[in-house]
Ligand binder design. Structure first.
Ligand SMILES: Cc1cc2nc3c(=O)[nH]c(=O)nc-3n(C[C@H](O)[C@H](O)[C@H](O)COP(=O)(O)OP(=O)(O)OC[C@H]3O[C@@H](n4cnc5c(N)ncnc54)[C@H](O)[C@@H]3O)c2cc1C
Length: 424
């Protein structure tokens, strides 16, 4: 298309990707008063999801759920989204039980031990997104555009501005472009931001199930020979409905997907050692191949990557979107501070601070997930014994347990201001 035909628009901040992370970032940056636009490729209007929330109790559960940490809860509260989450379908969990399926090692974490009301909440992704859409609509300076296709992105001009060319012929100029477009980020590849990636050798089966015994507000995780199997409690009045994430070899996942519902419930009950009795029912199953990805850099002048566009990790500790929300809190903190000082908030110097706050922390979590995965790979019998004794030992070591649980709650290390709990 010639330049003369191009309809040219301009915004201060352009966020590509209207998933949980992109929308949270728009809400967090809204207090700057800068013009913010979100471009989303899906066709869905925010109102469709928001309007569906009140009738949620008549519908089945979204197979995609997230264990939201206390830090994420804090960020959602700050953005004005928590009350809608809490009043929809959020299941508080107070305990976590993790055990070695091939030995006798077991660790139990409890909110009581920490004198905390809970360890976190299990929330359907669509509930979190709808609540964030609701918060976004309170901001006059945020525009959400669904059904958008990006074609090209120009390198920054001497003023540091980039231009995005869309499939409908428009061009949008911006000072800060943010990639929040998920694991396969097109913005990351169009701007030449390299990422290191490898296959975990696992596929994750997700679905909703009903068990014979109550879930006891507990997240359950068994490390099997093929990979971790997690059962997460859901907010259903029967107290026996859970979401599962069963990570296993691709071949085993194919076998499990081919089973009919009764046979699948039987296989799941056995893999879970029937800790909650029989599995009575399953919803439709979905499978996700699991890959680890990490961008070599998170920033360039006028460009930042956040959430899954910057990093994807194994879901075994339920940290993916929580890390994305910490990225949001950190990026918003540096941009808000620079904007308030009258500084060039889009400059690489400012954005590098965001990278320093988040990249090492995300890498550390990714390395921990990889370590866990390998630790529970098929080990020779003597090492299995050592692993099992190690787990039981950790269970008796209060400071180590406390460190692990604070990590799981997102409260370890330097927590960005917007995700920090107020001092009591
Ligand atoms: C099986 C499984 C279980 C998980 N469990 C947990 C858990 O318990 N806890 C947890 O914290 N995390 C969990 N995760 C990870 C979590 O789901 C992700 O980290 C999270 O969804 C990332 O959010 P995001 O907004 O960065 O990306 P996405 O959710 O991928 O959103 C990206 C958005 O960008 C849009 N988009 C993509 N490309 C374009 C484009 N070119 N132009 C415009 N828009 C575009 C997409 O349509 C989408 O709306 C799990 C993941 C898996 C696979």
């Amino acid at each position: 298309m010639s330049t003369a035909q191009t309809a040219r628009e301009s915004v201060d901040i352009l966020i590509v990707g209207g998933g949980m992370v992109g929308v949270a970032l728009a809400c967090a940056l809204a207090p700057t008063g800068l013009s913010i636009r979100i471009l989303e490729q899906r066709d869905e209007q925010p109102e469709q999801l928001i309007n569906a929330l009140p009738a949620l109790s008549e519908q089945g559960f979204d197979p995609r759920v997230s264990a939201l940490t206390c830090a994420s809860q804090q960020l959602m509260t700050h953005l004005g989204a928590w009350s809608a989450i809490k009043h929809s379908r959020a299941c508080v969990y107070t305990d976590m039980t993790v055990w070695d399926g091939t030995g006798r090692g077991e660790i139990h974490f409890s909110a009581d031990e920490l004198h905390e009301p809970c360890l976190g909440h299990i929330v359907e992704n669509r509930v979190t997104l709808a609540a964030l859409y609701g918060a976004m609509q309170q901001a006059d300076n945020v525009i959400f555009e669904p059904g958008v296709r990006i074609e090209t992105i120009t390198p920054p001009n001497p003023l540091g501005e980039r231009e995005l060319h869309l499939a409908d012929g428009r061009a949008i100029q911006t000072r800060l472009l943010v990639a929040a477009d998920g694991a396969q980020s097109r913005v990351r590849s169009l701007t030449g931001m390299g990422a290191t990636e490898w296959d975990y050798g696992h596929h994750a089966i997700v679905t909703t199930i009903e068990t014979e015994a109550p879930h006891q507000d507990t997240c359950w995780q068994r490390f099997t020979e093929d990979g971790p199997l997690a059962l997460l409690p859901l907010a259903h009045p029967n107290g026996r409905t859970l979401s599962i994430v069963w990570s296993t070899s691709p071949a085993h996942a194919r076998e499990l997907m081919a089973l009919d519902d009764d046979a699948f419930c039987g296989a799941l009950g056995k893999a879970f050692e029937h800790r909650l009795g029989a599995i009575l029912r399953t919803d439709k199953r979905h499978v996700h191949p699991l890959r680890q990805r990490h961008a070599q850099r998170y920033v360039q002048p006028g460009l930042a990557l956040v959430g899954d566009a910057a990093h994807t990790i194994h879901p075994l500790a339920g940290q993916g979107v929580n890390l994305g929300f910490l990225d949001v809190a950190a990026l918003a903190e540096v941009v808000l501070d620079a904007h308030e000082r009258g500084d060039a908030w889009w400059s690489e110097r400012v954005l590098r601070r965001y990278q320093r706050m988040r990249r090492a922390d995300n890498l550390q979590t990714a390395a921990a997930m990889e370590g866990f995965r390998r630790l529970f790979d098929d080990l020779p019998a003597p090492l299995r014994l050592l692993r099992s004794s190690g787990m039981s030992l950790v269970d008796r070591m209060a400071p180590v347990k406390q460190h692990l649980v604070l990590m799981a709650m997102g409260l370890r290390g330097e927590v960005p201001r917007l995700a920090r709990r107020p001092l009591s």
